[in-house]
Design a protein. Structure first.
Length: 134
């Protein structure tokens, strides 16, 4: 079961410019910037009520974010849902026919275990499920 929308991931070309834009838009500063080397990205997080906005910039031209921006431009990249137990959620989703992009959860930004679902199994939306690392 999905507990809530944890964050919306937005692909950006320039993280510092995007930070300034979202600080003005949301009226609050980013609370965290983090590099995720394995995914070849740098992220910045904003709190919005009970949810978050994650700005994601490619740190390498071969990163999935760089390829996404090249193909589709800047914009919403994914929707992340918080789950209580990511392995249980992954098993349930796989049993229901969703295509997972990894067999095991990965370590992600903001102290999370993550797994993405292929957009072809979710009406064209890249979905991330995430669990707080305890």
């Amino acid at each position: 079961m999905m507990l809530r929308i944890e964050h919306l991931g937005i692909a950006v070309r320039n993280l510092q410019q995007a930070n300034r834009l979202f600080e003005a838009l949301l009226g609050t500063a980013s609370y965290k910037e983090e590099s995720v080397e394995r995914e070849k990205v740098t992220t910045s997080f904003f709190k919005v009520g009970g949810s978050k906005i994650e700005l994601v910039e490619a740190s390498d031209s071969e990163s999935p974010i760089a390829k996404f921006i090249e193909k589709k431009g800047e914009g919403i990249h994914h929707v992340a849902f918080e789950v209580e137990d990511i392995r249980t959620a992954m098993d349930r989703l796989k049993e229901q026919g969703f295509e997972l992009l990894s067999d095991e959860p990965k370590s992600g930004a903001d102290n999370k275990l993550i797994c993405f679902l292929h957009p072809k199994s979710t009406n064209g939306v890249l979905v991330e499920i995430c669990q707080e690392i305890r």
